[in-house]
Design a protein around this ligand. Sequence first.
Ligand code: AMP
Length: 577
Amino acid sequence: MVFGFGGKKPSPVKAAPPVGAGTSSGTQAPLYGLMQDFPLTVDKILEHARVNHGFREIVTRTVEGPIIRQTYAEIYDRAKQCSSALLEDGMKMGDRIATLAWNTGRHMETWYGAMCIGGVLHTVNPRLFPEQIAWIINHAEDTHLFFDTTFLPIVEAIHSKCPTVRRYVLLTDEAHMPKETSIPNLVAYETYIAGKSRDVVWGDFDERTACGLCYTSGTTGDPKGVLYSHRSNVLHALMALQKDGLALGAGDVVLPVVPMFHANAWGITFCGPLTGASIIMPGAKMDGASIFELLDTEKVTFSAAVPTVWLMLLQHLEANSLSLPHLGRVVIGGSAVPERILRAFEENYQVEVVHAWGMTEMSPMGSLGSMTPEIVAKGRDEVVRYKLKQGRPPFGVQMKIVDDNGADVARDGKTSGHLVVRGWAVANGYFKGVGGNILDKDGFFDTGDVANICPLGFMQITDRAKDVIKSGGEWISSIDIENIAVGHPAVANAAAIGLAHPKWDERPLLIIELKPGENASREEILTFLDGKIAKWWMPDDVAFVEKIPLGATGKINKLQLRDTFKGYILPTIQAAG
Ligand code: AMP
């Protein structure tokens, strides 16, 4: 028997007195309920799947190419072997185990393999610029990095800058290992776990133990780490599964297109095994044809992705006169759902759309737009109008709108303000204390979104107070682009803003104020940025202005700029059709 941390017999968690205890009962000691009390840790989720749904499938389009089929029982066994390998490799409780990986069965094994023995599974977003990836790995002080063959060039480029990583595991077999590499301590995943013991203790530690780490750039400044706990992940899965939420069951076949490196694939890697739903892992291919093929051949009933992915699928369906006979529901979030996508799914393909809003800091579910009888009774146009809002919070999320002074505003569907949230799966602070205290005096977290809430409880995002651009569901840091642009000798000031785009939701426009007497063309500015930021961060256009407007505190007035450039047509819009 290989022991995990904490060892022998589960010790009952001694409940700390709840906050506010005793206030209504005077000084009298509370009478505790006589119910079983053991930690809410995520190993219980996969254990449940093994015992009750062990034969149900996890199907992966592998990065190597072929589609492979595993069961929950097999994933469980191999995750245990991964745990043993990590323990033998010196992993200590709380160590950060990073992945740079697509949605695959092996990623899921690593996920549970690390989490269930007290490791912190750190999903790194491979779409970031290599320098940012190295920065995040160093900030997290990852000890291990598991990665797909797709990302070999990235890891080759950054490993020498990541001194804390002492083991690299390539998520493949010996046959697909590179002939030559500069990466030290590199091993094939299949070799790493081969022959390792399945007799390893999982769980058996405090439910508040850290479990997952995901950095977000959705705010200003450097990326910030959101550190999920076992408790928050278990509670989030239960919350997300409510009937007005994801509502999954053992009869579902779920295709999470949303990556595991985006806030736990919106919880699906926990909700799947919790309910016994089959999971279809799309691997590296997310184009319309590849997604359609999986939806069709695997008879997928439920899927989740950002609008850009759905747009690509719809274009593929329309161009090839295809149908979606098996798909019942799609959850669309990460950016607002465009009406065209909503109507196409529901009216042309009879697929129900659930519009969801959330964020990395919320694990990520914040609200979902399932309909109520009052709205349905008013007819189709009203249903569409409400479905385009961001939805209602599930039990477990408290949400309200406050004004600049923190006072509640009316829930009238008109008055917009700061959207603030509170809940068991909402961040309390960022990893290593970055950003300081992030909660207000009542424990609410400011999402950086500007929204209203209507009398029926539907929240609608109307603007964004945070200074970032969201393109295809991924963040582009306007500040990073601006900081590089002002390094150009002819540039006095620079501002990047997001403009609406039919395919990507938003694309960056770079606005430049030149120094007096200086000159620089659009091409010169773009060439200057080239190689300093990821290709997909490149502004779609550069506009020159006399003076970039500044606010009272000397900061660029982005609101005014967004208003000035409201009607601006980016050259890429026509190309997107
Ligand atoms: P992330 O942390 O990357 O998941 O990003 C969270 C942010 O994405 C939110 O604070 C919103 O600004 C934006 N977002 C997510 N879902 C939606 C949605 N359905 N509609 C509009 N914005 C959204």
